[in-house]
Design a protein around this ligand. Structure first.
Ligand code: PRP
Ligand code: MN
Ligand code: MG
Length: 213
């Protein structure tokens, strides 16, 4: 059956801040590739990058292709087992082209470092990285990120492509999750949190009146 998950979320990066940054990055990208006569291709890593890539590509004036790749996430394995496999490869060739890899977020850096290894074997003219968000404190592998939106603390964030259990990607802002409880994981905790939440809203709504404030 369906049981909703309770979350408490606040806005960390607003829609307006994101849109301003996306425009800024588009201008930087245009400036960077202005003097290259090679074809430009944006490569998005599914699924997280789609929202950012869709907005970003519309701020880039230089004509370019879009292509996509899905790689396996390594889950919670040890560093040595963090092997990244291609689940869906690019549809087009990148030989001789300027490749710009687009990510929503760089965390440990494992995904992008493996993707770069794979793409470099295909002899592109150049490869650069663009990410909207980066968590530098989480980095296990250093990456040279040419186009960066926001450095953020290691907090639990969702929205604008970033998911929590495949949800919240559609939010136009980046939200900070303060607390999340899966009903399936912890039924007692879920019930307590829900009751406290309801009690809290009742107090927030009616408390003042009841207390005569
Ligand atoms: C997330 C995110 C990056 C990657 C970053 O993708 O979108 O692709 O993890 O982590 P890393 O720097 O530690 O490798 P995820 O595997 O969750 O897949 P998704 O894009 O479909 O959400
Ligand atoms: Mn991803
Ligand atoms: Mg994810």
């Amino acid at each position: 059956g369906y049981l909703p998950m309770t979350v408490q979320m606040s806005v960390m990066i607003s829609t307006e801040e994101i849109q301003a940054k996306v425009k800024e990055l588009g201008a930087q990208i245009d400036a960077h590739y202005a003097n290259s006569d090679k074809e430009l291709v944006l490569i998005g890593l599914l699924r997280g990058s789609v929202i950012f890539m869709a907005d970003l590509c519309r701020t880039i004036s230089k004509p370019h292709e879009l292509d996509f790749m899905t790689v396996s996430s390594y889950g919670g394995g040890t560093v040595s087992s963090r092997d990244v496999k291609i689940l869906k490869d690019l549809d087009g060739e990148i030989r001789g082209k300027d490749v710009l890899v687009i990510e929503d977020i760089i965390d440990s850096g494992n995904t992008l470092s493996k993707v770069l290894e794979i793409l470099e074997t295909r002899s592109p003219n150049s490869i650069e990285l663009c990410t909207l968000v980066s968590k530098p404190s989480r980095r296990e592998i250093e990456l040279d990120v040419k186009f960066l939106g926001f450095n953020v603390e290691d907090r639990f964030i969702v929205g604008y492509g970033l998911d929590y259990d495949q949800k919240y990607r559609h939010l136009p802002f980046i939200g900070l999750i303060a607390r999340a409880i899966h009903p399936g994981d912890d039924k007692a905790g879920f019930i307590v949190t829900t009751l406290l939440g309801i009690a809290g809203s009742l107090v927030a709504t009616y408390g003042g009146r009841l207390l005569g404030l």
